[in-house]
Design a protein around this ligand. Sequence first.
Ligand code: R5P
Length: 285
Amino acid sequence: MLLTMFFLMKFISPNFSDLMEPNITIKQFPDGDNYIKLPETKEKQVTLFHRLWPNQDNALLQAFLMLSTLKKSRVKTTLVSPYLPYARQDKIFKQGEALSSEEVCKLLAYCGTDKLITLDCHFLKKQGDFEYGNLNIKNISMADKLISYTKSKINNEPLEILSPDLGASYMVPGGDKKSMKKIRGEYVEGEEAYRKIEKVENKVDVNDKNVLILDDMIASGGTMIRAIENVKNGGAKKVLCAATHGFFLKGSLEKLNGLCDEVFVTDSIATEVSKIKIIDVLKDF
Ligand code: R5P
């Protein structure tokens, strides 16, 4: 009985089925609209496990519908979404640009998110509890687990850890937060909103050292590729690269595998190199 109650307090979306047994029904009407049915509950506090990537726009809409349905029944909802999309545009570079990180958080708060639990959120740049765009967020870093895995792979030999840019330097242990500096150029021409990486600068001595390059995410792989090239030119011995969220767009996993000794990520997004299990840190919410 107790077990059943505990189970019912966790609402699991079908897009979490690799980690937990789903109990929410999501289907599509013939025209593609979402049909959503939540489990019945008398609880006034639930945790909703729902990924917001891939298909972030639809996944967000599904979240809004689920959250609003719970809000209508006066249920307080903790939303567990390992990756928060739209987190990358957290600054306005040109007049008229949408501050999408804030707008998405405002919508999640408006629809009834009491707290969002997420992992290595791009704009927060540190672990902890925050309020952003009216949304309460607990940001958990997977850095320790990624580092422990690396150490086990190199038999606990000395390891130099650095991030490929300043934004992810909070993931690097120690007071000096060793980091490279990434310099981005203008937006590239065409349909894609992507600012080219002009260069990656590094002042950390990596000669003859085992190196772990640690980032919050690997998307197109451009950042990691430039960072790996940099430390290899600097004489690094073994080079491993890791991130919390592995999108591996544009065939970048293959490229990275060819460039370094090992690339790995968590299963925030399930990939063939997802070595770290996020359920260990999320199961207790
Ligand atoms: C950006 O500041 C992030 O921390 C990542 O470095 C970046 O988003 C990775 O993107 P990509 O793999 O496309 O270079």
